[in-house]
Design a protein around this ligand. Structure first.
Ligand code: ADP
Ligand code: MG
Length: 237
């Protein structure tokens, strides 16, 4: 295969604490994610999923091993390089992290305006189009407090995808949602990601959404294993 991965992780180890309190959290992680792939990571609480996501997202410095985003090494990268890399990643968290004093459109627009070359009108148009894509065209001027959990999470998706990033990282995005809203939210992510060719790495405990994945990984005590479900081949005679 000659295609370059969006994410290329080799032998990542990670530790928290110092001296006698130092504890290893991630053990020799190896992972490649290709353009347009939807990868779901499951695993018990405390197994290291969020730690790995924050390393990939450039939110935490790499201690050991190599982590490349679109061929760029994050290990040893400067703060300004990390800031630049973060601009190319969409983040969706369990708590939607919207700003309460901005309406739906303004929350999305904020992400567009990180790019100083885009005019205000263009930013508004892009934000409204994205809110339409997640089915919130009639909620554009609503403030987060007046929207349901599912609607807020859809704004977060619009914000994460509005700049067409090559990668979206989602940490338990359906955890605070009821069954149907959770399902709706991941299906919107799936559709948009496929349209845009975006790769998604999604951490979840939610067994009901595993079917949207191209590949399922399992984290256990800091070790990453391919989930047997995704490698089992059913042979029809
Ligand atoms: P998960 O997302 O799978 O629940 P985390 O990556 O959040 O796992 O945590 C993995 C382990 O690292 C847990 O034992 C947790 O308590 C510990 N941990 C997480 N963040 C920190 C931190 N900032 N400092 C020290 N220990 C941490
Ligand atoms: Mg976590």
């Amino acid at each position: 295969m000659t295609k370059k991965p969006v994410i290329d992780i080799k032998n990542i180890c990670h530790y928290y604490g110092k001296g006698s309190l130092k504890r290893q959290i991630l053990f020799d992680i190896n992972l490649e994610i290709y353009a347009g792939e939807i990868v779901i990571m499951t695993g018990p609480s405390g197994s290291g999923k969020t730690t790995l996501l924050s390393l990939i997202g450039g939110l935490r410095s790499v201690q050991e091993g190599s982590l490349k985003f679109l061929g760029e090494e994050l290990s040893g990268a400067s703060q300004s390089k990390l800031v630049e890399i973060r601009r190319n990643i969409g983040y969706i968290f369990q708590a939607h992290n919207l700003l309460g004093f901005l309406n739906a459109r303004q929350n999305v627009q904020m992400a567009v305006e990180l790019n100083k070359e885009i005019s205000k009108q263009h930013a508004i148009n892009k934000s409204e189009a994205m809110l339409q894509a997640v089915g919130l065209e009639d909620r554009i001027n609503y403030f987060p407090d007046n929207l349901s959990g599912g609607q807020k999470q859809r704004i977060a998706i619009a914000r994460a995808l509005v700049n067409h990033p090559p990668l979206v990282l989602a940490d338990e995005p359906t955890a605070a949602l009821d069954k149907q809203s959770g399902r709706d939210v991941v299906e919107i992510m799936q559709t948009l990601a496929k349209e845009q060719g975006t790769s998604i790495l999604l951490v979840t405990h939610d067994n009901r959404i595993l079917d949207i994945a191209d590949r399922i990984l399992e984290m256990e005590d800091g070790h990453l294993a391919r989930n047997s479900q995704s490698t089992v081949k059913i042979i029809h005679n």
